[in-house]
Design a protein around this ligand. Structure first.
Ligand code: AMP
Ligand code: MG
Length: 413
């Protein structure tokens, strides 16, 4: 892996290029665990899943009403009510000519019957039921295997198990599912100024907010986190922790210390104990992002500024972890919106500004900046619901221009 820095490579690395290069250098960690459904949320399917049964496994009613034979309808005559089919309690007889069965939603269709008429569309007197209005043969019946046929492919390997996927897996009766072994991610913050929330701040100190935020994002991604806490700006100590972490983790995520300041040792240590892929990107925020390897362990050095750390995690570390975990993903859904206010932008770097997007009276989307765009102001970021993708060569954006953005609300951060 070539060692590059800002001096040996004049100009900054374009985002798409750096990202593709990074993804190329990562390998998938392919080990499989079998876990009970309750522990599968947020994990990735390790193998394709085919349906072990027909879903539904029997024809059943989609309505509360009467099950009957379509051919008996038309002459206006009443049908003899011969029984009831409830969900979980099928009618065991057979519906013959001129007969019907009271049936509830989800109850098995009785033999002989092929059609359901809603109870609202029937007159019922004594044991005689008379459907009124038009009846379409086969109506309101959910046919067996209508959803999935036995053996049919349901999900591919690499599918993220969200609540919807989990429900389908449960509907197939699966107790255990094959999932990829969760990535082991070591997380740490660097900086002499950092204190844990709850501690007293000495002059010049701040609270470590990156580790808790990054930890929250990683948790939502279903990885196994080892928290190495706050590491002082001491190259010896950083080396020791990175080597220890690299010995067991698939990836290390640090924040701080990757810039060009006097106490920015992370990059220096990485160069000594591992290899750096790139570390200066044409993006804003997040220019000093470091990517590399220590042995087989991938290393992601995020900038210390909280907004930069979160944005580079999302743009670079997140897809990298997805690749390592073998996640099937189609990338962010990019939307177009109209700038409702000017956005300040200098050509030269791709700018991922934090914005607030909302539908306008005409139904189109309109976006405004979410407060300060300083990479040190996280409170504005917490207000944002989208990340604008402002192209590298673009200058100031005037109100009315079209901008590209991705929604970040409801994702994992
Ligand atoms: P650095 O990348 O170490 O030069 O840090 C850049 C800025 O981010 C400095 O203002 C740091 O105090 C701040 N910073 C670094 N790490 C953290 C952290 N874990 N939480 C909050 N702010 C941080
Ligand atoms: Mg620092």
């Amino acid at each position: 892996m070539a060692i590059q820095d800002c001096c040996s490579q004049p100009g900054l690395r374009p985002f798409a290029d750096a990202r593709a290069d990074m993804l190329n250098r990562l390998e998938m960690v392919a080990e499989t665990d079998f876990v009970p459904l309750e522990r599968a949320l947020n994990q990735l399917l390790a193998e394709p899943v085919a349906s072990p049964l027909d879903v539904p496994s029997f024809a059943n009613s989609a309505m509360d009403g009467y099950a009957l034979r379509a051919e008996d309808i038309g002459d206006g005559r009443g049908l003899e009510l011969i029984g009831t089919s409830l969900a979980g309690h099928p009618f065991t007889g057979r519906v013959g000519p001129g007969q019907c069965v009271r049936i509830m939603t989800g109850a098995a269709m009785p033999l002989g019957a092929d059609t359901v008429v809603m109870q609202e569309n029937c007159r019922s007197e004594h044991n005689i039921v008379t459907p009124c209005g038009p009846v379409r043969p086969g109506q309101h019946v959910r046919q067996a295997a209508e959803d999935l046929a036995q053996g049919e492919a349901v999900f591919g390997a690499g599918m993220r198990i969200n609540a919807r996927v989990l429900s389908v897996l449960a509907s197939l009766g699966l107790e255990q599912v094959p999932v990829r072994r969760p990535l082991r991610v070591a997380l740490l913050s660097t900086g002499d100024e950092l204190k844990e929330p709850g501690e007293l701040l000495a002059p010049g100190d701040i609270y470590d907010s990156n580790r808790i935020g990054l930890g929250a994002m990683l948790t939502r991604l279903g990885v196994e986190i080892t928290d190495y806490g706050i590491i002082r700006d001491d190259p010896e100590r950083i080396r020791e922790v990175l080597l220890k972490a690299a010995a067991r983790a698939d990836a290390i995520i640090t924040s701080g210390g990757v810039s060009v300041g006097d106490a920015d040792y992370t990059r220096q240590v990485l160069e000594e104990v591992g290899e750096i892929g790139f570390w200066k990107l044409a993006i804003k925020p997040g220019k000093p992002f470091a990517f590399g390897h220590i042995g087989r362990c991938a290393f992601f050095g995020l900038p210390g500024n909280p907004v930069s750390a979160a944005v580079t995690f999302h743009l670079l570390a997140r897809p990298a972890l997805a690749k390592m975990a073998g996640e099937r993903s189609s990338g962010p859904l990019l939307l177009q919106a109209r700038a409702l206010m000017p956005f300040r932008k200098t050509p030269g770097r791709m700018d991922f500004q934090r914005g607030i997007v909302a539908p306008q009276a005409d139904g189109s989307l309109g976006a405004v900046p979410a407060g300060s765009q300083s990479s040190a102001v996280y409170s504005a970021m917490a207000e944002a619901n989208c990340l604008l993708h402002l192209e590298q060569d673009r200058g100031d954006v005037a109100a009315g221009e079209t901008v590209t953005l991705e929604l970040i609300d409801g994702l994992y951060w």
